[in-house]
Design a protein around this ligand. Structure first.
Ligand code: PRX
Length: 684
């Protein structure tokens, strides 16, 4: 993010005090309590996490050590010797604590009339049946099961069934296309894939099973595919002994077939979830059972001030980390009621969210700035016709929330009184790291505020090899730097699956966890996230790897080189801008542009589809031949006037052509259309 944006953010600070009513019964009931807990947690982290893990979870066997630390290799093992099961914590223990008939999971389908509600008892029954079913497919502790599923209750049931038997689930967002799905199944070496006939999205069907079939030809590890009949699609091809319908599979297991929980070591993996890294291949983040679940419950309780009678709705797809931690594990570990919605906010009309809020009397709403911006665009009329008084806390995640969207959310949804909890975290961190406490933190729109108790976040300048004394080098107030976490925390990833080197890379630069985000702290110690520093782009709150997209583009025979950067986008936050240099003799054409965009869409998924593809004669390069993305980013953002000194480039002469091409593209012209004499070519 540019220096200008930073200054703009800091200058525009306006703050909002936490609400008074409801404060006394809150988990953290004011700024003093927050400060005291933070101090205590950082002074004696082991004691703090010891207390939280005891309080929040049921352990079959208590741990011997809170933390075993190998700080040379940055291996942190939490609650070693402890035994527990995530499915037991999310279901069984609630059956005897008075929550047996409480709604655990409420599902709203895309069709308004399609609703399902599972009480804790019902969830228990279905999860046990699926655990038996998986076991009948010879899935055992430690085996990997891929979940390529739409937002349907069977996804949650499958996750908890895997957890019950100790299998490691690896969810694959149903919006991914062929390449994204294949690379994840292959990396995980999944033995079973659970899917559905189709996903329903904005009135259209996406045939998941049919998409999966050709992918599986290159995934030899997969022995079985379990298919949920969800959309009622005809002519589903079921392959011999490999494919089984979900309903046939569980039919063999009676309703009272208890499946005892596997006692897992605290550091046995609970799940694997891939995120876009700085390489072309997705990074498989492994999360532990004990540390992750402790952290999920801990943050759910404190960030959202979760109370027993709350109806809580995290709108994220369960295929992302947000859905894992705050759609499933956090709320269910606390015995809450969690809502799952299959549809999109604007289909068939932009009132879907508010209908759900009214229908189920949602108390806590956790969503993304992109969703807010898209609903804001549709106008308040859609929100005002629904009862929203049940709402108590609003929260966001995934990207910085721009002040306009914050104000709209606060005014039109939050009645100008509800706290907006802007949570910063990552797939790797397992749960929220920086966030306001609803009833304790003064809010500043656009800032995720301060770290959760127990989290030691800091902003550090780039390492200075001449002065390696990193500890004392926190950036000054108002100066941007790298956001790092200096002490381990229970939710931190267990490792990167099959990639030790990648895991280590998170720690090499600063000697502690490097988030890959830039940030700046203000005079109150509030963190302002400035976006990714590495080669990822955050589109609508989803992290995408530029390298992965470039790899698809360069796989086209016509393409010699591709460089992908982010550009600001009013709705998505950031969008993808691809520069493509074609092989000599290949002409630039609209047809090729469409084809390239289509390739990305088909291989990675619609999310990764470039907003713009610009053909260029050559890429700006250093003398050692590296593409200078900094320059391309500026041009894509329409700030070519800030390029600065480009004389050290190997080929500065290419820049005017790229700037002109960009301006032409915005004007709807071909890149190589000659510009008017009067145009300076740098606007737009
Ligand atoms: O750049 C940050 C952005 O999302 C990245 C993490 O992406 P992912 O692992 O896919 O997890 C998304 C959901 C937790 C971060 O590195 N990000 C996340 N939350 C915020 C954010 N940027 C600004 N403000 C946030 N609240």
């Amino acid at each position: 993010m540019s220096h200008e944006r930073m200054t703009h953010l800091l200058n525009k600070q306006r703050s909002f005090l936490p609400p008074e009513h409801g404060k006394t019964s809150a988990w953290i009931s004011g700024a003093d309590e927050y400060e005291a807990i933070c101090q205590q947690a950082l002074a004696d982290p082991q004691d703090f996490w010891n207390a939280r893990a005891s309080l929040l979870l049921h352990w079959f066997k208590r741990w011997d050590k809170v933390l075993e630390e190998d700080s040379v290799n940055h291996k942190y093992r939490w609650f070693t010797g402890g035994k527990l099961n995530a499915s037991f914590n999310c279901i069984d223990r609630h059956l005897i604590s008075g929550r047996r008939n409480k709604a655990a999971l409420i599902w709203q389908g895309e069709d308004e009339m399609a609703k399902r509600c599972y009480t804790y008892q019902m969830l228990y029954t279905e999860v046990c049946r699926m655990a038996h079913a998986l076991s009948s497919l010879h899935i055992r502790k430690g085996d990997h099961v891929a979940l390529y599923m739409p937002m349907i209750p069977e996804l949650v049931i499958a996750m908890l069934a895997c957890a019950r038997i100790g299998a490691v689930h690896t969810a694959i967002f149903s919006g991914y296309a062929e390449g994204g799905v294949r690379s994840r199944i292959q990396d995980a070496k999944a033995r079973v894939v659970i899917t559905a006939d189709a996903a329903i999205r904005a009135g259209k069907l996406k045939p998941l099973k049919a998409n999966l079939d050709p992918i599986l030809e290159k995934c030899p590890s997969v022995a079985h595919v379990v298919v949920v009949r969800h959309a009622g699609l005809d002519n589903i091809h079921m392959q011999g002994r490999r494919d089984i319908w979900w309903h046939d599979l569980i039919d063999d297991f009676t309703l009272n077939a208890d499946y005892p929980c596997e006692a897992m070591d605290a550091n046995d993996p609970l799940f694997l979830l891939h995120t876009s890294g700085s390489t072309g291949k997705p990074t498989g983040i492994l999360h532990s059972t004990g540390g992750y679940l402790t952290y999920a419950a801990h943050t759910t309780q404190w960030c959202f001030d979760m109370r027993d009678d709350d109806v809580y709705w995290c709108t994220a797809d369960m295929g992302w980390i947000t859905g894992h931690t705050y759609g499933v594990y956090g709320p269910l570990a606390l015995g809450a009621t969690t809502i799952m919605f299959e549809g999109v906010p604007t289909y068939p009309k932009p009132d879907r969210y508010w209908r759900i809020v009214e229908n189920f009397r949602v108390n806590i709403l956790y969503t993304s700035p992109t969703v807010i911006r898209s609903l804001m665009r549709e106008g308040e009329a859609w929100t005002e016709r629904y009862e929203r008084d049940s709402l108590r806390i609003l929260a966001t995640v995934g990207e910085p929330i721009n002040p306009e969207a914050w104000q709209w959310f606060h005014k039109h949804i939050g009645r100008e009184e509800l706290p907006i909890v802007d949570t910063w975290w990552q797939t790797e961190t397992g749960g929220v790291m920086i966030s306001p406490m609803a009833y304790a933190t003064k809010l500043k729109p656009g800032s995720a505020s301060r770290p959760m108790p127990g989290i030691d976040a800091a902003v550090l300048p780039s390492p200075d090899n001449a002065n390696p004394d990193l500890d004392n080098r926190v950036c000054e107030t108002g100066t941007g730097g790298h956001l790092v976490i200096r002490k381990p925390w229970p939710g931190m990833m267990l490792g990167v699956f099959n990639n030790e080197e990648k895991y280590r890379s998170y720690f090499t630069r600063f000697g502690c966890y490097e988030s890959g985000d830039g940030a700046v702290q203000d005079e109150d110690g509030y963190f302002w996230i400035l976006g990714r520093i590495d080669d990822s782009i955050n589109v609508s709150g989803h992290r995408l790897s530029t390298v992965e997209i470039e790899a698809v583009l360069t796989s086209a025979a016509e393409v010699a080189e591709a460089a992908v950067v982010g550009m600001p986008h009013a709705l998505k936050g950031e969008a993808i801008y691809a520069y493509v240099c074609l092989c000599s003799d290949v002409p630039w054409s609209e047809e090729l542009r469409v084809r390239l965009r289509d390739m990305v869409r088909r291989d990675i998924g619609p999310l990764a589809s470039p907003e713009r593809i610009q053909f260029v004669e050559a890429m700006p390069k250093t003398t050692s031949g590296k593409i200078i993305r900094r320059i391309l980013r500026k041009i894509a953002s329409g700030t070519a006037d800030e390029l600065g000194d480009v004389t050290s480039l190997a080929n500065p002469q290419v820049i005017p052509g790229i700037v002109d091409g960009h301006a032409n593209l915005l004007d709807g012209l071909a890149e190589n259309t000659p510009r008017q004499e009067t145009s300076d070519g740098a606007e737009g």
